[in-house]
Design a protein around this ligand. Sequence first.
Ligand code: ZN
Ligand code: FE
Length: 255
Amino acid sequence: MPAETRLFRCLKDNYGVLVHDPATGATASIDAPEAAPVEAALKASGWKLTDILVTHHHADHTDGIKALKDEYKCRVVAPAGEAAKIPAVDETVREGDTVKVGSLVANVIETPGHTLGHIAYWFHGDKLAFVGDTLFSIGCGRVIEGTPAQMWASLKKLRDLPNDTEIFCGHEYTLANIKFARTVEPDNPVLAARESQARKQIEEGEPTIPTTIGDEKLANCFLRADLPEVAAGIGMAGKPAVEVFTEIRARKNKF
Ligand code: ZN
Ligand code: FE
């Protein structure tokens, strides 16, 4: 049976998301920005929390863990590289490991850059990927602990997932990201289409995610740093992709 998901807002602009296995009843929360919205989503769906899968140690992804674990006695799975900074961890995982949520299976993909231990969970059988603060809709996370080269390599790993993979990210940043992306690729027609779509979604109180890898490849300048037209558009024709990515990320920081 295919996985079911339930997406909801937390804190100021974070997303929480539940992944549910109808075959076994198992339900995972991807990160836990705060406990109350996760509990509300569980009540609304009638699902029981069995697991929390953590992408990285930042407080806006982990502050709800302790209260949820106390209440549901759920298993907490966290990246090996930064488990010491995450509360109540039961299991640590690294690149190549798999995590089961009932009968659903996720592959662990290490995506350092935003933080050094950051990981993504790819449920290949269900074409879902939970990428935390590495890849956003038309954007990418700030490079806080790693290097731009690490972040570029991490984004390329995610870009290699099948085009129809649905991408759930940690924040609602789409409209601001499009505004910036249009400064990098003013002539990209896909960006204009994504902007009107996102505007409508936001006006209607709907999330702009999930996005897909296929859609991001066409619109996300951070995934497009190795395209000649993107390099040329920012005056870096012929430069290595990692340098182009580094420049785009630096411009976004100042935008
Ligand atoms: Zn973060
Ligand atoms: Fe975050």
